[in-house]
Design a protein around this ligand. Structure first.
Ligand code: ATR
Length: 273
């Protein structure tokens, strides 16, 4: 029997997940169907219950339901626990198991696909919302020399530092604290690019950076990536590789087989112009 999976979010208009998972299934010979379900803002739990009743085996979760999905789970894996949010659930009997692959997807894209090492490097992470919290532990596990977390609401950056301070060397602050850059890698985990906005950063933060990475994907050159390029950063990347890599992690978790990701990243990449 064909196994059933889905992505749940609201809105879902832009989702590439069904395309990605259908291609992974074809590539690995897995018999599954993957749907897109736009759950009502107040109806996530009901839609999950209905999906399980149909025999659903697992779901991906996107905004704004990641924290609700985490709360719904009966078991939570370490990465979901640290993120306080789930981007994948697996249904096994009565169990709902929560995972979060956003951070491993990011780290794999940076290190494996873009061939930029994190170990021993100085990383600047802009933002301290759910997206930033979801990637903090996997970045620290890659052993940077130092992770600097900067946020508009400074207290949230400090809270993230306190939460993860036992996992690596972290500095936190606000944009006004950002001096001339000593960062090798600058990552934009704010939601600013979604609205065509730019966090209040100066060109100088990019002085040493070899890579600027924006979580937002499919929008071409975001204001952040444009600024980085103008400041002289050689390599610019949006979040398309992170999207495909987290999908591959979830696919492997559900199906026990890891799909290759390179051709899919190439297929859905929007040129950064
Ligand atoms: P997500 O799940 O995408 O992380 P979120 O939890 O609402 O969404 O967090 C959004 C992040 O983007 C926050 O760090 C937010 O800063 P504040 O905590 O100060 O609100 C940041 N952000 C959004 N728009 C921004 C902008 N124009 N400039 C700087 N930071 C911005």
């Amino acid at each position: 029997m064909t196994d059933l999976y889905a992505v749940l979010g609201n809105p879902l208009g832009h989702t590439k997940s069904p395309l990605i998972h259908a291609a992974f299934a074809a590539q690995t010979g897995q018999d599954l169907t993957y749907l897109a379900v736009e759950a009502p803002l107040d109806g996530f739990a009901a839609d999950v219950a209905a999906f399980r009743a149909r025999g659903g085996k697992g779901i991906n979760i996107t905004a704004p339901f990641k924290v609700e999905a985490f709360a719904l789970a009966t078991e939570r894996r370490q990465r979901a626990l640290f993120a306080g949010a789930a981007n994948a659930l697996k249904f096994e009997g009565e169990s709902i198991i929560a995972e979060n692959f956003d951070g491993v997807g990011l780290v794999r894209d940076i290190q494996h696909n873009l061939c930029v090492p994190i170990r021993g490097r100085r990383i600047l992470l802009l933002g301290a919302g759910g997206a930033a919290r979801g990637v903090t532990l996997p970045i620290l596990e890659a052993e940077p020399a130092e992770l600097t977390i900067i946020n508009r609401t400074v207290s949230k950056a400090h809270a993230l530092r306190r939460q993860f301070s036992s996992c690596g060397r972290i500095v936190s602050g606000g944009y006004a604290d950002l001096g001339p850059g000593t960062f090798d890698l600058v990552i934009n985990a704010t939601s600013a690019s979604l609205r065509g906005e730019l966090p209040p950063i100066a060109d100088a933060i990019f002085t040493r950076a070899g890579l600027a990475y924006d979580f937002v994907y499919g929008k071409g050159l975001t204001p952040f990536l444009r600024k980085a390029g103008q400041a002289g950063v050689d390599r610019l990347a949006d979040g398309v590789g992170m999207l495909v890599e987290q999908a591959a992690e979830a696919f492997e978790w559900w199906r026990g087989v890891r799909p290759a990701t390179g051709s899919m990243i190439g297929k859905i990449t929007v040129p950064l112009v």
